[in-house]
Ligand binder design. Structure first.
Ligand code: MF3
Ligand code: CO
Length: 262
């Protein structure tokens, strides 16, 4: 069953997701050559706890940290470490939080200093794929419209979509129904309805789609070692579109960013 949230529940989701967005922005700003992924993780946990929230990933199936920090060919679920970032890297920072019983989840991929033109294009295409996915969301649309929008755009740009990990419903648990693949045919699967909260998270590879999980049990990497990028927003479905909770103030109506009223 996919839960439709009440107005009061949506405000709680909005609060925790706005916090996630604010902290993620600070982390992205802190990214530079020399900083370690463990430094970023410590900053993330400090900021969440200062705000009265808890890290959502720490302890989730034994995951050991507040953020996932996935560098270059790492797709998702990279574990923070004393590894220092170097100019030319790209890093995906994924963070979840729990506040007042509700979860927030968002990810961005950012360049470390100057990066190759191909790396920058991968970041641009993945971000645009997320924007296009978000633009399909409205009451009455289907779950598979989201993945179809991601796959058609990404493959037309010459990149590939990861199959093994998916987006998800979110609310009083980090992962709720439905699963939201980033590939497939439009017009299939459950219909979206007002009040559903969804975490949409395309993972895009510069090379082939295949991934494998390293011996640490978490870090997913591309099999061909090509670069990978990941962006994620949490949204709530409205009658004419959605409210992007991890982009506070952004409402999308009929596929267009229509207002910043909140
Ligand atoms: N954003 C990812 C997800 O929603 C990150 C999960 S990391 C984990 O699946 F550690 F919590 F598994
Ligand atoms: Co997620």
């Amino acid at each position: 069953m996919i839960v439709c949230r009440s107005a009061a529940e949506i405000e709680k989701l909005a609060r925790v997701n706005a916090l996630v967005a604010r902290v993620l922005k600070e982390l992205a700003t802190a990214v530079r050559p020399g900083i370690t992924t463990a430094d970023l993780d410590a900053l993330a946990e400090q900021r969440l706890r200062e705000a009265g929230a808890e890290p959502a990933f720490k302890g989730y199936h034994g995951y050991p940290a507040t953020i996932c920090a996935s560098v270059n060919e790492e797709v998702v679920h990279g574990i923070p470490s004393p590894r220092a970032l170097v100019e030319g890297d790209i890093i995906s920072i994924d963070m979840g939080a729990k506040l007042d019983g509700f979860y927030g989840d968002s990810a961005v991929t950012v360049p470390v200093g100057a990066v190759s033109a191909e790396a920058q294009r991968l970041l641009d295409v993945t971000r645009t794929a997320l924007d296009r996915a978000v633009a399909t969301v409205k009451a009455g649309a289907r779950v598979s419209d989201i993945g179809a929008a991601v796959q058609s755009y990404v493959e037309a740009q010459g990149f590939s979509v990861v199959r093994e990990f998916v987006g998800h419903g979110i609310g009083t648990a980090l992962h709720e129904e439905p699963q939201i693949p980033n590939y497939g045919t439009a017009g299939r699967g459950p219909r979206l309805a007002e009040g559903m909260a969804l975490a949409i998270e395309p993972m895009v590879n510069a090379g082939k789609p295949a991934v494998k999980v390293l011996g640490d049990g978490w870090t997913a990497v591309t099999k061909d070692k090509a670069l990978s990028a990941h962006f994620e927003h949490t949204v709530v479905v409205t009658e004419g579109g959605c409210r992007v909770l991890t982009l506070p103030d952004v409402v999308v109506e009929d596929g267009r960013t229509a207002s910043a009223a909140r």
